[in-house]
Design a protein around this ligand. Sequence first.
Ligand code: AMP
Length: 442
Amino acid sequence: MRALVLLPRKISVNHINHNNQRSITINMLFDSLNIIEPILKALKEEGYTTPTPIQAQSIPIVLQGTDLLGCAQTGTGKTAAFAIPILQLLRATHTNDKKKKVRSLIVTPTRELAIQIGESFNAYGRHTGLTNTVIFGGVNQHSQTNALQRGVDVVIATPGRLLDLMNQGFLHLRDIEIFVLDEADRMLDMGFIHDVKKLIAALPKKRQSLFFSATMPPEIVKLASTILHTPEKVSVTPVSSTVDIIKQQVYFVDKGNKNALLVDVLKNKDIKTALVFTRTKHGADKVVKILIKNNIKAEAIHGNKTQNARQRALTNFKAQTTRVLVATDIAARGIDIDDLEYVINYELSNIAETYVHRIGRTGRAGAKGTALSFCDAIEKEYLRDVEKLIAKKIPVIDNHPFPLMDNNPEKPTQQQGRGNHGHSRPKSPGNAPKKKWYGARR
Ligand code: AMP
C-alpha cells in the first residue's frame, strides 16, 4: 500500500447528479466526510489525509445508502472509494451472531485485483473487527472454503470461482446487503457477462449496489441499468486525460534492436525499477532472458505462470529485489505497485487505450511517472492512434544508439499472425481492434 502520495489539497469534484452536472472546488480532508474513528485511524496509519476526487464524491453517496454508478479506472483511489463506506455501513449494523454472514460482495475480473482489494479492506478495516476473504480461481480452493466456513463479513471474488463455490454449497448470496461490480467493462471484455448475470440473479432484490467501470460504452450502461436502482453518478478524469502528469517519450527503433535499446536504457541508474510491457507471453520470457544475460534482474508475469509464480514475481518487484518486471497486458492490468516510476512499452499495442492503461501503472494517485515507448516502423500507425486518443504529441528521443533504419520492413503474413494485438475487446464499440497484428498470443 502506498504510504504517501502527492495529492492536491484542493480537489475539484465533478458530482454528476442525475441529469445535472455541477463542478465545485473544495478543500477537503477525510475528517470532513463523517467517517468513523476506527477507519479514520487506519487511513492515518496508511498516510492518507486527503480523499481523491472519486473518494470525495462516492463516500457520502454510499454512506447514505444510495446506489452508485462510478466512471473511474484503477489508480484513482477507486478501491477506497467503495471499501471505506462499505466498512462503515457494515460496522454500524454489526451483529454478534456466532457465525458471520457474508453481507457484502465485491466482484472483480482478475485475481490480482481481488487480492489488492482484499488488502485494502484489511488495511482500512483493521480497527473495525470486520473480516473478509478473497476468492479466485487457479489455486486450490481449500483455504478459501475454510475461510468461508469460519465466517466472514465481506467476500471479494472473481466470478468463475465464486459461482463454483456457490454451486458446491460453500456460500450463498442471500444475506448480501452491499454488492460491488468492479471494472465492469473489463469483466465484459473477458467474457464474464453470463457469470455476472448468474451472480446478479442470486442476489437479494433489496440491496445497495455500486458499479464501477473505466469506460461507459452502451452495453455497460445497459448492464448497469439492470443492477442499479436510481443511482447517483460520479465520474473522474476520463481515460484520455489521466496521462497528463506522466512524462512520456518515444524511441523510434528497429524491431531487431529493441533488446539492445532496452539494455541501453536500463544503464540509467535512476531507473530503480521498471515495468516493461510486451505483446506476448513468449515475448515477455524472451526479454527476461536477454536482461538476465546482461546482469539485470528481471522476471516475467503472464497468464502461463502459476498464480504463485505471479505473486512471487510481483512481491520481488515491489521489494525491488527484481529490477524489471516484464508483463503482458492482461497480467498487468490492475496491478498496483507503489512508487512505480517507469513503464516501458517494449511494443506498442494496436489498441490505443491499452497504452493509457499501461502507462497508468505509474504516476498513480498523483505520484510522478515516466513512460518510454519503443516504436518500430510497423507500430508508427499505433503511435498515431495513441497520440490522437491522448490529444498530444509524444516527444521523440532522437539521440540514442539504435535509431530506426528500416522504414519499410516486410509485414508478416496472416499465417504468422494469430488474433489481435492488445485487449481482446472486439465487442466494445469504438474499441474494436480493426488492425491485425503479427503473432499475438497471451
Ligand atoms: P486504486 O485506484 O484503488 O487502485 O488506488 C491507487 C493507489 O492510490 C493505491 O496505491 C492506494 O493505496 C492509493 N490511495 C488511494 N487513496 C488514497 C488517498 N486518499 N491518499 C493517498 N493514497 C491513496
